[in-house]
Design a protein around this ligand. Sequence first.
Ligand code: GLU
Length: 423
Amino acid sequence: MVAENSADSKNEKNDILLSTQEVIKEALDKLGYPNEAFELMKEPMRMITVRIPVRMDDGKTKVFTGYRAQHNDAIGPTKGGVRFHPNVTEKEVSALSIWMTLKSGIVDLPYGGGKGGIICDPREMSFRELEALSRGYVRALSQVVGPTKDIPAPDVFTNSQIMAWMMDEYSRIDEFNSPGFITGKPIVLGGSHGRESATAKGVTICIEEAAKKRGISVKGARVIVQGFGNAGSFLAKFMHDMGAKVIAISDAEGALHDPDGLDIDYLLDRRDSFGTVTNLFDDTITNQEMLELDTDILVPAAVQNQITEENAHNIKADIVVEAANGPTTLEATKILTERGILLVPDVLASSGGVTVSYFEWVQNNQGYYWKDEEVQEKLREVLVRSFNNVYTTSQNRQIDMRLAAYMVGVRRATEAARYRGWI
Ligand code: GLU
Protein backbone atom coordinates (compact mmCIF):
# COMPACT_ATOMS: atom_id res chain seq x y z
CA MET A 1 0.00 0.00 0.00
CA VAL A 2 2.69 2.45 1.05
CA ALA A 3 4.75 1.74 -2.03
CA GLU A 4 1.71 2.20 -4.25
CA ASN A 5 0.83 5.53 -2.62
CA SER A 6 4.31 6.91 -2.93
CA ALA A 7 4.47 5.79 -6.57
CA ASP A 8 1.17 7.60 -7.15
CA SER A 9 2.33 10.81 -5.56
CA LYS A 10 5.58 10.64 -7.51
CA ASN A 11 3.64 10.19 -10.75
CA GLU A 12 1.50 13.14 -9.84
CA LYS A 13 4.55 15.30 -9.17
CA ASN A 14 6.04 14.36 -12.52
CA ASP A 15 2.73 14.78 -14.36
CA ILE A 16 3.54 17.52 -16.83
CA LEU A 17 -0.06 18.60 -17.38
CA LEU A 18 -0.66 19.08 -13.63
CA SER A 19 2.60 20.93 -13.11
CA THR A 20 1.96 23.15 -16.16
CA GLN A 21 -1.49 24.01 -14.81
CA GLU A 22 0.01 24.80 -11.41
CA VAL A 23 2.41 27.38 -12.86
CA ILE A 24 -0.22 28.79 -15.26
CA LYS A 25 -2.53 29.35 -12.27
CA GLU A 26 0.21 31.07 -10.30
CA ALA A 27 1.15 33.25 -13.30
CA LEU A 28 -2.48 34.31 -13.96
CA ASP A 29 -3.05 35.03 -10.25
CA LYS A 30 0.07 37.20 -10.14
CA LEU A 31 -1.11 39.04 -13.25
CA GLY A 32 -4.43 39.68 -11.53
CA TYR A 33 -6.66 37.73 -13.95
CA PRO A 34 -9.88 36.18 -12.64
CA ASN A 35 -10.40 32.43 -12.36
CA GLU A 36 -12.21 32.29 -15.75
CA ALA A 37 -8.87 32.99 -17.35
CA PHE A 38 -7.42 29.87 -15.72
CA GLU A 39 -10.49 27.82 -16.68
CA LEU A 40 -9.87 28.83 -20.31
CA MET A 41 -6.12 28.28 -20.30
CA LYS A 42 -5.82 25.10 -18.26
CA GLU A 43 -6.57 22.72 -21.15
CA PRO A 44 -6.62 22.81 -24.96
CA MET A 45 -9.78 24.28 -26.51
CA ARG A 46 -9.83 21.34 -28.87
CA MET A 47 -8.28 17.87 -28.65
CA ILE A 48 -8.70 15.46 -31.53
CA THR A 49 -7.90 11.74 -31.45
CA VAL A 50 -7.48 9.95 -34.76
CA ARG A 51 -6.97 6.33 -35.76
CA ILE A 52 -4.69 5.78 -38.72
CA PRO A 53 -4.64 2.44 -40.55
CA VAL A 54 -1.33 1.71 -42.26
CA ARG A 55 -0.56 -1.26 -44.50
CA MET A 56 2.80 -2.43 -43.11
CA ASP A 57 5.60 -3.99 -45.16
CA ASP A 58 4.58 -7.49 -44.04
CA GLY A 59 1.17 -7.01 -45.68
CA LYS A 60 -0.75 -6.66 -42.41
CA THR A 61 -2.63 -3.50 -41.44
CA LYS A 62 -1.65 -1.78 -38.22
CA VAL A 63 -3.87 0.91 -36.75
CA PHE A 64 -2.02 3.79 -35.07
CA THR A 65 -3.43 6.36 -32.65
CA GLY A 66 -2.63 10.03 -33.15
CA TYR A 67 -3.56 13.29 -31.42
CA ARG A 68 -3.72 16.98 -32.23
CA ALA A 69 -4.28 19.51 -29.48
CA GLN A 70 -5.21 23.12 -30.26
CA HIS A 71 -4.74 25.04 -27.07
CA ASN A 72 -5.88 28.55 -27.82
CA ASP A 73 -6.49 30.47 -31.04
CA ALA A 74 -7.36 33.89 -29.60
CA ILE A 75 -4.25 35.48 -31.13
CA GLY A 76 -4.06 33.55 -34.39
CA PRO A 77 -3.76 30.03 -35.81
CA THR A 78 -2.42 27.37 -33.46
CA LYS A 79 1.13 26.24 -34.07
CA GLY A 80 3.37 23.43 -32.91
CA GLY A 81 5.17 20.22 -33.74
CA VAL A 82 4.11 16.62 -34.23
CA ARG A 83 6.06 13.94 -32.39
CA PHE A 84 6.36 10.28 -33.33
CA HIS A 85 7.13 8.33 -30.16
CA PRO A 86 5.95 5.15 -28.40
CA ASN A 87 5.32 7.08 -25.15
CA VAL A 88 3.03 9.77 -26.62
CA THR A 89 -0.11 10.28 -24.51
CA GLU A 90 -3.11 12.59 -24.78
CA LYS A 91 -2.06 14.28 -21.56
CA GLU A 92 1.45 14.93 -22.77
CA VAL A 93 0.19 16.40 -26.06
CA SER A 94 -2.21 18.63 -24.09
CA ALA A 95 0.55 19.98 -21.86
CA LEU A 96 2.87 20.51 -24.81
CA SER A 97 0.17 22.49 -26.65
CA ILE A 98 -0.09 24.83 -23.64
CA TRP A 99 3.68 25.27 -23.75
CA MET A 100 3.42 26.30 -27.39
CA THR A 101 1.00 29.09 -26.40
CA LEU A 102 3.58 30.16 -23.81
CA LYS A 103 6.49 30.01 -26.27
CA SER A 104 4.60 32.06 -28.87
CA GLY A 105 3.67 34.57 -26.18
CA ILE A 106 7.24 34.87 -24.94
CA VAL A 107 8.74 35.52 -28.38
CA ASP A 108 5.71 37.55 -29.45
CA LEU A 109 4.41 35.56 -32.45
CA PRO A 110 0.86 35.89 -33.84
CA TYR A 111 0.01 32.29 -32.92
CA GLY A 112 -1.65 30.21 -30.26
CA GLY A 113 -0.27 26.85 -29.18
CA GLY A 114 -0.85 23.49 -30.82
CA LYS A 115 0.81 20.08 -30.62
CA GLY A 116 0.43 16.67 -32.17
CA GLY A 117 1.69 13.18 -31.63
CA ILE A 118 1.40 9.65 -32.94
CA ILE A 119 2.02 6.58 -30.79
CA CYS A 120 4.61 4.71 -32.86
CA ASP A 121 8.28 3.82 -32.91
CA PRO A 122 9.83 5.30 -36.06
CA ARG A 123 13.11 3.51 -35.24
CA GLU A 124 11.38 0.27 -36.13
CA MET A 125 9.52 1.45 -39.23
CA SER A 126 10.55 1.54 -42.88
CA PHE A 127 10.58 4.71 -44.95
CA ARG A 128 7.48 3.54 -46.81
CA GLU A 129 5.57 2.84 -43.59
CA LEU A 130 6.53 6.25 -42.20
CA GLU A 131 5.32 7.95 -45.35
CA ALA A 132 1.97 6.15 -45.17
CA LEU A 133 1.60 7.06 -41.49
CA SER A 134 2.46 10.74 -42.09
CA ARG A 135 -0.02 11.00 -44.97
CA GLY A 136 -2.71 9.15 -43.00
CA TYR A 137 -2.34 11.59 -40.10
CA VAL A 138 -2.88 14.58 -42.41
CA ARG A 139 -5.90 12.94 -44.09
CA ALA A 140 -7.46 12.31 -40.68
CA LEU A 141 -6.98 15.94 -39.61
CA SER A 142 -7.30 17.82 -42.89
CA GLN A 143 -10.49 19.65 -41.90
CA VAL A 144 -9.09 21.18 -38.74
CA VAL A 145 -5.55 22.08 -39.82
CA GLY A 146 -4.31 24.54 -42.46
CA PRO A 147 -2.18 27.65 -43.01
CA THR A 148 -4.70 29.89 -41.25
CA LYS A 149 -6.00 27.33 -38.72
CA ASP A 150 -3.30 25.12 -37.26
CA ILE A 151 0.24 24.77 -38.57
CA PRO A 152 2.25 21.64 -37.67
CA ALA A 153 6.06 21.35 -37.56
CA PRO A 154 8.78 18.84 -36.58
CA ASP A 155 9.21 17.59 -33.03
CA VAL A 156 10.69 14.45 -31.43
CA PHE A 157 11.61 11.89 -34.15
CA THR A 158 10.02 13.85 -37.01
CA ASN A 159 12.02 15.74 -39.64
CA SER A 160 11.91 17.71 -42.89
CA GLN A 161 11.16 14.58 -44.96
CA ILE A 162 8.08 13.87 -42.86
CA MET A 163 7.03 17.53 -43.18
CA ALA A 164 7.41 17.22 -46.98
CA TRP A 165 5.11 14.18 -47.14
CA MET A 166 2.57 15.93 -44.92
CA MET A 167 2.70 19.09 -47.02
CA ASP A 168 2.24 17.06 -50.21
CA GLU A 169 -0.76 15.22 -48.78
CA TYR A 170 -2.38 18.44 -47.59
CA SER A 171 -1.74 20.15 -50.95
CA ARG A 172 -3.43 17.26 -52.76
CA ILE A 173 -6.49 17.39 -50.50
CA ASP A 174 -6.61 21.18 -50.70
CA GLU A 175 -6.02 21.06 -54.48
CA PHE A 176 -3.60 23.93 -53.98
CA ASN A 177 0.12 24.16 -53.38
CA SER A 178 0.07 24.96 -49.66
CA PRO A 179 3.60 25.38 -48.30
CA GLY A 180 2.29 27.50 -45.40
CA PHE A 181 0.38 24.50 -44.02
CA ILE A 182 3.46 23.16 -42.27
CA THR A 183 6.93 24.40 -41.29
CA GLY A 184 10.29 22.69 -41.02
CA LYS A 185 10.13 21.69 -44.69
CA PRO A 186 13.16 21.03 -46.90
CA ILE A 187 14.45 24.33 -48.33
CA VAL A 188 13.55 23.34 -51.90
CA LEU A 189 9.89 22.97 -50.84
CA GLY A 190 9.64 26.36 -49.16
CA GLY A 191 11.58 25.64 -45.98
CA SER A 192 13.55 28.44 -44.35
CA HIS A 193 17.28 28.79 -44.01
CA GLY A 194 18.25 28.23 -40.41
CA ARG A 195 15.16 26.20 -39.40
CA GLU A 196 16.97 22.92 -38.79
CA SER A 197 19.42 24.43 -36.33
CA ALA A 198 17.01 27.08 -34.98
CA THR A 199 16.23 25.46 -31.62
CA ALA A 200 19.93 25.03 -30.86
CA LYS A 201 20.66 28.59 -32.07
CA GLY A 202 18.00 29.92 -29.71
CA VAL A 203 19.48 27.92 -26.83
CA THR A 204 22.93 29.26 -27.71
CA ILE A 205 21.68 32.85 -27.58
CA CYS A 206 20.05 32.16 -24.17
CA ILE A 207 23.33 30.67 -22.92
CA GLU A 208 25.22 33.78 -24.07
CA GLU A 209 22.75 36.09 -22.35
CA ALA A 210 22.65 34.00 -19.15
CA ALA A 211 26.47 33.83 -19.08
CA LYS A 212 26.62 37.64 -19.33
CA LYS A 213 24.33 37.94 -16.29
CA ARG A 214 26.55 35.57 -14.35
CA GLY A 215 29.83 37.15 -15.50
CA ILE A 216 30.93 33.91 -17.18
CA SER A 217 32.72 33.90 -20.53
CA VAL A 218 31.32 31.27 -22.91
CA LYS A 219 34.78 30.93 -24.40
CA GLY A 220 36.53 28.42 -22.18
CA ALA A 221 33.39 27.58 -20.15
CA ARG A 222 32.71 23.92 -19.38
CA VAL A 223 29.46 22.71 -20.92
CA ILE A 224 27.50 19.47 -20.55
CA VAL A 225 24.85 18.61 -23.14
CA GLN A 226 22.36 15.85 -22.34
CA GLY A 227 20.94 14.40 -25.56
CA PHE A 228 22.48 14.25 -29.02
CA GLY A 229 19.35 14.63 -31.17
CA ASN A 230 18.54 17.66 -33.30
CA ALA A 231 18.86 20.24 -30.51
CA GLY A 232 21.71 18.58 -28.57
CA SER A 233 23.98 17.83 -31.50
CA PHE A 234 23.74 21.29 -33.10
CA LEU A 235 24.16 22.86 -29.69
CA ALA A 236 27.30 20.87 -28.86
CA LYS A 237 28.71 22.00 -32.20
CA PHE A 238 27.84 25.68 -31.66
CA MET A 239 29.34 25.63 -28.15
CA HIS A 240 32.48 23.91 -29.42
CA ASP A 241 32.83 26.44 -32.27
CA MET A 242 32.44 29.32 -29.80
CA GLY A 243 35.42 28.03 -27.84
CA ALA A 244 33.52 26.43 -24.95
CA LYS A 245 34.76 23.09 -23.64
CA VAL A 246 32.05 20.45 -24.13
CA ILE A 247 33.13 18.03 -21.39
CA ALA A 248 30.21 15.58 -21.65
CA ILE A 249 27.42 14.56 -24.00
CA SER A 250 24.90 11.75 -23.82
CA ASP A 251 22.20 9.85 -25.66
CA ALA A 252 19.55 7.37 -24.48
CA GLU A 253 22.20 4.63 -24.03
CA GLY A 254 24.77 6.47 -21.92
CA ALA A 255 27.16 9.40 -21.64
CA LEU A 256 30.73 10.27 -22.63
CA HIS A 257 32.93 12.41 -20.38
CA ASP A 258 36.31 14.03 -20.93
CA PRO A 259 37.33 16.89 -18.60
CA ASP A 260 39.63 18.21 -21.35
CA GLY A 261 36.74 18.50 -23.83
CA LEU A 262 35.30 15.97 -26.29
CA ASP A 263 36.01 15.84 -30.02
CA ILE A 264 32.55 17.02 -31.09
CA ASP A 265 33.16 16.90 -34.86
CA TYR A 266 34.18 13.25 -34.57
CA LEU A 267 31.07 12.41 -32.51
CA LEU A 268 28.77 14.25 -34.94
CA ASP A 269 30.28 12.30 -37.76
CA ARG A 270 29.58 8.97 -36.02
CA ARG A 271 26.07 9.61 -34.66
CA ASP A 272 23.13 7.86 -36.31
CA SER A 273 20.01 9.66 -37.53
CA PHE A 274 18.26 9.18 -34.14
CA GLY A 275 21.19 10.76 -32.30
CA THR A 276 22.86 7.64 -30.88
CA VAL A 277 26.65 7.58 -30.65
CA THR A 278 27.70 6.39 -27.17
CA ASN A 279 27.10 2.74 -28.11
CA LEU A 280 30.37 2.92 -30.06
CA PHE A 281 32.37 3.42 -26.85
CA ASP A 282 33.19 1.20 -23.84
CA ASP A 283 34.07 3.82 -21.23
CA THR A 284 30.63 5.40 -20.82
CA ILE A 285 28.97 6.74 -17.67
CA THR A 286 25.23 6.96 -17.00
CA ASN A 287 23.07 9.97 -17.82
CA GLN A 288 22.44 10.51 -14.11
CA GLU A 289 26.18 10.47 -13.31
CA MET A 290 26.76 12.97 -16.08
CA LEU A 291 24.16 15.46 -14.79
CA GLU A 292 26.00 15.66 -11.46
CA LEU A 293 29.46 16.38 -12.90
CA ASP A 294 31.24 19.63 -12.09
CA THR A 295 30.56 22.15 -14.88
CA ASP A 296 29.70 25.80 -15.61
CA ILE A 297 26.74 25.23 -17.93
CA LEU A 298 24.37 22.27 -18.07
CA VAL A 299 21.96 21.84 -20.97
CA PRO A 300 19.35 19.08 -20.67
CA ALA A 301 18.37 18.57 -24.33
CA ALA A 302 16.83 15.10 -24.11
CA VAL A 303 13.63 14.07 -22.33
CA GLN A 304 11.36 15.05 -19.44
CA ASN A 305 11.94 14.76 -15.69
CA GLN A 306 15.74 14.50 -15.64
CA ILE A 307 16.42 16.95 -12.82
CA THR A 308 14.15 16.08 -9.91
CA GLU A 309 14.14 16.65 -6.15
CA GLU A 310 16.32 13.55 -5.92
CA ASN A 311 19.32 14.95 -7.80
CA ALA A 312 18.74 18.75 -7.79
CA HIS A 313 20.94 19.15 -4.70
CA ASN A 314 23.83 17.50 -6.53
CA ILE A 315 23.77 19.64 -9.68
CA LYS A 316 27.01 21.62 -9.79
CA ALA A 317 26.38 23.92 -12.77
CA ASP A 318 26.04 27.72 -12.38
CA ILE A 319 23.60 27.91 -15.26
CA VAL A 320 21.03 25.31 -16.40
CA VAL A 321 19.43 25.97 -19.79
CA GLU A 322 16.52 23.71 -20.71
CA ALA A 323 16.70 22.82 -24.39
CA ALA A 324 14.33 19.86 -23.92
CA ASN A 325 10.69 20.21 -22.99
CA GLY A 326 10.17 19.68 -19.25
CA PRO A 327 13.54 18.30 -18.10
CA THR A 328 13.28 19.86 -14.62
CA THR A 329 10.40 19.23 -12.21
CA LEU A 330 8.82 22.07 -10.23
CA GLU A 331 10.39 20.84 -6.96
CA ALA A 332 13.78 20.76 -8.64
CA THR A 333 13.21 24.26 -10.07
CA LYS A 334 12.73 25.51 -6.50
CA ILE A 335 15.84 23.73 -5.24
CA LEU A 336 18.04 25.00 -8.07
CA THR A 337 16.76 28.57 -7.67
CA GLU A 338 17.30 28.48 -3.89
CA ARG A 339 20.83 27.26 -4.51
CA GLY A 340 21.46 30.33 -6.68
CA ILE A 341 21.62 28.42 -9.97
CA LEU A 342 20.26 30.41 -12.92
CA LEU A 343 17.65 28.20 -14.61
CA VAL A 344 16.56 29.27 -18.09
CA PRO A 345 13.21 27.49 -18.64
CA ASP A 346 12.23 25.41 -21.68
CA VAL A 347 9.44 27.71 -22.84
CA LEU A 348 12.01 30.46 -23.32
CA ALA A 349 15.19 28.52 -24.17
CA SER A 350 13.64 26.26 -26.82
CA SER A 351 11.58 28.94 -28.54
CA GLY A 352 14.08 29.42 -31.39
CA GLY A 353 12.42 26.58 -33.34
CA VAL A 354 8.96 28.08 -33.46
CA THR A 355 10.45 31.53 -34.09
CA VAL A 356 12.12 30.41 -37.31
CA SER A 357 8.98 28.39 -38.14
CA TYR A 358 7.14 31.71 -38.02
CA PHE A 359 9.75 33.20 -40.37
CA GLU A 360 9.22 30.22 -42.69
CA TRP A 361 5.43 30.74 -42.70
CA VAL A 362 5.85 34.48 -43.37
CA GLN A 363 8.17 33.69 -46.30
CA ASN A 364 5.63 31.15 -47.64
CA ASN A 365 2.80 33.66 -47.34
CA GLN A 366 4.69 36.41 -49.12
CA GLY A 367 6.43 34.11 -51.62
CA TYR A 368 9.72 35.91 -51.07
CA TYR A 369 12.60 34.12 -49.42
CA TRP A 370 15.29 35.44 -47.09
CA LYS A 371 19.00 34.77 -46.92
CA ASP A 372 20.43 32.81 -44.00
CA GLU A 373 22.05 35.95 -42.52
CA GLU A 374 18.69 37.70 -42.47
CA VAL A 375 17.08 34.79 -40.60
CA GLN A 376 19.96 34.62 -38.10
CA GLU A 377 19.87 38.34 -37.44
CA LYS A 378 16.11 38.36 -36.85
CA LEU A 379 16.29 35.27 -34.62
CA ARG A 380 18.99 36.84 -32.46
CA GLU A 381 17.03 40.05 -32.10
CA VAL A 382 13.90 38.14 -30.97
CA LEU A 383 15.71 35.85 -28.54
CA VAL A 384 17.86 38.54 -26.89
CA ARG A 385 14.78 40.71 -26.36
CA SER A 386 12.70 37.81 -25.03
CA PHE A 387 15.42 36.54 -22.69
CA ASN A 388 15.89 39.98 -21.18
CA ASN A 389 12.17 40.54 -20.87
CA VAL A 390 11.78 37.33 -18.84
CA TYR A 391 14.96 37.98 -16.84
CA THR A 392 13.83 41.50 -15.89
CA THR A 393 10.39 40.20 -14.89
CA SER A 394 12.01 37.60 -12.64
CA GLN A 395 14.32 40.20 -11.04
CA ASN A 396 11.63 42.83 -10.54
CA ARG A 397 9.13 40.39 -9.08
CA GLN A 398 11.70 38.32 -7.20
CA ILE A 399 10.44 35.09 -8.78
CA ASP A 400 12.16 32.25 -10.60
CA MET A 401 12.67 32.40 -14.35
CA ARG A 402 10.04 29.70 -15.01
CA LEU A 403 7.24 31.62 -13.35
CA ALA A 404 8.45 34.84 -15.01
CA ALA A 405 8.40 33.14 -18.43
CA TYR A 406 4.88 31.80 -17.81
CA MET A 407 3.70 35.28 -16.83
CA VAL A 408 5.12 36.84 -19.98
CA GLY A 409 3.89 33.92 -22.12
CA VAL A 410 0.31 33.60 -20.91
CA ARG A 411 -0.42 37.29 -20.78
CA ARG A 412 -0.91 37.96 -24.52
CA ALA A 413 -3.24 35.01 -25.15
CA THR A 414 -5.32 35.99 -22.12
CA GLU A 415 -5.45 39.61 -23.19
CA ALA A 416 -6.54 38.57 -26.70
CA ALA A 417 -9.25 36.31 -25.25
CA ARG A 418 -10.49 39.27 -23.18
CA TYR A 419 -10.70 41.60 -26.16
CA ARG A 420 -12.59 38.93 -28.06
CA GLY A 421 -15.09 38.79 -25.20
CA TRP A 422 -14.40 35.16 -24.26
CA ILE A 423 -13.70 35.90 -20.61
N1 GLU B 1 8.34 21.31 -32.00
C1 GLU B 1 9.01 22.55 -31.80
C2 GLU B 1 8.69 23.12 -30.44
O1 GLU B 1 8.29 22.40 -29.56
C3 GLU B 1 8.77 23.52 -32.93
C4 GLU B 1 7.36 23.95 -33.15
C5 GLU B 1 7.19 24.77 -34.41
O2 GLU B 1 8.17 25.04 -35.09
O3 GLU B 1 6.05 25.13 -34.69
O4 GLU B 1 8.88 24.27 -30.16
